[in-house]
Design a protein around this ligand. Sequence first.
Ligand SMILES: [Zn+2]
Length: 252
Amino acid sequence: MDFTLTAYSELIGSLVRRGYRISGYAETEAAAPHLVLRHDIDFDLEAALRMAEAESQNGWRGHYFVLLRSVFYNPLSNFARHTLIRLVELGHDVGLHFDAALHLGDAAALSAAAEHECRLLEDLTGHPVEVFSLHRPALALLEQDLEVPGRINAYGSRHFRDIGYCSDSRGAWYHDRPLEHAAVAQQRALQLLTHPIWWCHDDLVGAQAKLEGFLARHQAIVDADLATNCSVYSPLRGRLSELFAVNGLPDK
Ligand SMILES: [Zn+2]
């Protein structure tokens, strides 16, 4: 299977034709053909927006999980804030992608930290954060079933162990492919985690190329802003131009 937005739409369309209904976390029933579309935004907000637009053209509602403390994007930046609001306008759900590795303490401390970040994200989007997902959780944290009162843990037992779970981590299906998943064969509920970066920028093939493309775009944004903010800086734009011959400079 190609990792393109067209292939993604065909994949979801194929599950829908097999009787699956796109579902939210709260209403998902394990024994029903319910499909939860989850997207963890580890790197690329621009790719998330493209994926969200493709989903909304098909009438599908996705769940987009946002990091607040990543070095790869700043949710308070102009582009990020407008992207998050646009995701909500398109009918999608914006949740928190919580990086527990940045916090110290026991389960109660982690729960309080996640709650704090959920509230910050609610302030940013103006919409309630109903669900959070964990970014690269340690096995012990996965098994711990972290609870935040009033919020749903996307890796909680109900959505991770009781139903099917399938992920494109590292840009490939290293375990089950979605259509060959046991849950799909049994018409049981499935949480499908896809990371937008792997499915966009069709001119770049493979995880390494897509990550390099992202890095180059990110660098161009910082480069341009550095030149804007400090006149003694000589921008790299000319030296980076070859990297953007295809995609052009991204929005910041
Ligand atoms: Zn993540």
